[in-house]
Design a protein around this ligand. Sequence first.
Ligand SMILES: [Zn+2]
Length: 196
Amino acid sequence: MMPGFAKILTCPKCGAKKEVLGLVSGNTIVQTVWSDNKIITPLSQRVSFVQKCPACGHYYLLSRQKPEFSSNKSNEQGELNYIEMKEAWLLLRDMPDLTENEMLSLLIMQVWAFNDEYTRHNGKSAPKEEQAYITKIIDLLLNIDMVDDLLRAELLREAGRFDESLDLLSSYPFKNAYISKCKNYSLISNKRPFII
Ligand SMILES: [Zn+2]
């Protein structure tokens, strides 16, 4: 990957600037796609949609930033961990003009961060309170119409609602390896995401 000129982000609270990975020329063919829709592309990283201000700790959205570039180069992606994503959601969910797309991103990124922390790479089991928390976040995602049926089935499975996930997939008109695997995981009550 060749990092290009850094993108400059401005904290809407304190005005502090932060440089992140800007224009990238890279190859997106080598990528890992997970069943929870998280895509990892080592040769073409993407900047996190939610950023944390290094000066004041405020959280803000890339979608609200004006385009501004620096002559420096940066590899910073600003990816947030699970605790930070939860803090970001608490802060940003009440923004009066939050769009459905922005809400969808804030919610699904919490599921990804939860999976990164607990289920994606190891067999750690999440503490009960975190499991309960992410189940509520998944409920909010399931209320959003633009979540398609396959992601819906995956989220139901990850929330432990295996019968509902199986029902949805059984009514789906197509069959493929991904659907079979999602069904098989439900049948053995496995909530972990998998690589597609
Ligand atoms: Zn700030």
